[in-house]
Design a protein around this ligand. Structure first.
Ligand code: DAH
Length: 344
C-alpha cells in the first residue's frame, strides 16, 4: 500500500527535523509544518478519499496513529527543552565569583535590573500594572500618608538625606502608595520598583542606596490568604525551586496586621553566615494588610475595600538569587563583579 510508504517517509523526515529543533520556537514551527492545516498529515487525510473501501479503516487508523505519535514527540521534546533551560539558568545563578578577573565584555544588564524585569513579568502575568515614582519626595508621601506622623519612633529607622527645601530622598517604595491609590482608585493591582536611600552604616548587608519593589492589591474581600498566595507564587517563580519561608508578626505603621516574610538563606543553606547575620534567615519581604488610615488618605472607601501591601527587598533578592555575598558589589562599580552577569 502506497500510503504506508508515505507514512514511513513522513515519519523519518519528522524525526530528522525534530532532532534539529533546539528551541521552543523551532519546535512550534515544526508542529505547524507537520500537523498544521496545510501540513502533510492533513494531506494524507485528504488522500483517504482515494483509498479502496476495504482498506479505508486500516489506513485511517495508521494516519491517526502517526498524528498522535508526532504530537506526543513534540510535547516530550518541549518538556526536555524546558528542563534543560531551567538547569542552565540554575547553573548560571550558582557560578557568581567576583574574584575572577573581569570578562572582556561590551556591557550587560545590571543584576538588579535582571531581577526587576523578571518580577515585572511575573506580576504583569498576574494582572498588576508597573508604576514609576520619583526618588525625591516630600514628607507627606514618605511618612504622613503612611500613618507615620511627625515624631513617630518608626521614623528613626528610616533616617535619610534631606534637601534644603524640606524634600527628601525616599527611604522606601511605600512612598508611592498614596499617589498610586489616588491615581487609580479601587480596585487596584500595582507594583512599583524603585531606588531607595537611607543613612546607614555600610557593611556586607547594608547600603545607603538599594532597591525595593512595592506591591499593592486593593479590592473587595482581599484577605491575608490572597497575600500569602501572591507571595508564594512570586517566590517560587523567581527561585524556580522550593524555598523555605516563614511568616512572623512585624510592625509597620502602614499595615495592620503586619508581617515579616523571611526566606531560608540560600547562601549558607540556613546554617548562618555574614549575609544573613548568622541567623540562617533573611528578611525578604515585609508585608501586611493596608491600614485603614492609609486607604483613607489614598481616597479609598474603607467600608467596601481592603488590600494588602508588600515591600520586597529587590537588592536582597538579587543577592539570594545570584549568590552575591556582599551588597557592596552592586554599587561598587567593580567590573569583575558586574561582568559576571553578561548573558551567554
Ligand atoms: N516600607 C517598609 C520598609 O522599607 C517595608 C514594607 C513593610 C512595605 C510592610 C510594605 C509593607 O508594603 O506592607 O521598611
Amino acid at each position: 500500500m502506497i500510503l504506508k510508504e508515505k507514512i514511513r517517509e513522513l515519519r523519518a523526515r519528522f524525526d530528522g527535523e525534530l532532532a534539529k529543533a533546539g528551541t521552543p520556537e523551532a519546535l512550534e514551527a515544526l508542529r505547524v509544518a507537520f500537523l498544521g492545516k496545510k501540513g502533510p498529515v492533513t494531506d494524507l487525510m485528504a488522500e483517504l478519499r482515494n483509498v479502496e473501501q476495504s482498506e479505508k479503516a486500516e489506513a485511517g487508523q495508521l494516519i491517526n496513529t502517526l498524528k498522535n505519535e508526532l504530537s506526543e514527540a513534540i510535547v516530550k521534546t518541549g518538556e526536555a527543552l524546558r528542563a534543560a533551560a531551567l538547569a542552565a539558568e540554575i547553573r548560571r545563578q550558582k557560578k557568581y565569583n567576583p574574584t575572577l578577573p573581569a570578562r572582556d565584555a561590551a556591557g550587560s544588564y545590571h543584576p538588579i535590573t535582571l531581577v526587576q524585569r523578571e518580577l515585572e513579568e511575573i506580576f504583569s502575568s498576574m494582572g498588576f500594572t508597573i508604576e514609576d515614582y520619583p526618588e525625591i519626595v516630600d514628607d507627606y508621601h514618605c511618612f504622613e500618608a503612611l500613618n507615620i506622623p511627625k515624631h513617630h519612633p518608626a521614623r528613626d529607622m528610616q533616617d535619610t538625606y534631606y534637601i534644603e527645601n524640606g524634600q527628601l530622598l525616599k527611604t522606601h517604595t511605600s512612598a508611592a502608595q498614596n499617589y498610586i491609590m489616588k491615581k487609580y482608585g479601587a480596585p487596584l493591582r500595582a507594583i512599583f520598583p524603585g531606588r531607595c536611600f537611607r543613612n546607614e552604616a555600610i557593611d556586607a548587608c547594608h547600603e545607603n542606596t538599594f532597591f525595593q519593589m512595592e506591591g499593592i492589591m486593593i479590592d473587595e474581600n482581599i484577605s491575608i490568604s490572597n497575600l500569602i498566595y501572591f507571595m508564594k507564587t512570586m517566590l517560587s517563580e523567581v527561585f524556580r525551586r522550593d524555598i523555605k519561608v516563614r511568616l512572623r508578626p512585624g510592625f509597620f505603621p502602614f499595615v495592620e496586621p503586619g508581617f515579616e516574610l523571611d526566606i531560608n538563606c540560600l547562601i549558607c543553606g540556613g546554617k548562618g553566615c555574614p549575609s544573613c547575620k548568622n541567623s540562617g534567615w533573611l528578611e525578604l519581604c515585609p508585608c501586611g494588610m493596608i491600614h485603614p488610615n492609609v486607604l483613607k488618605a489614598g481616597g479609598i472607601d474603607v467600608d467596601r475595600y481592603t488590600g494588602f501591601a508588600f515591600g520586597l527587598g529587590l537588592t536582597r533578592l538579587a543577592m539570594m538569587k545570584f549568590g552575591v555575598k556582599d551588597i557592596r558589589d552592586f554599587n561598587g562599580g567593580s567590573l569583575s563583579a558586574l561582568s559576571q552577569f553578561v548573558s551567554e
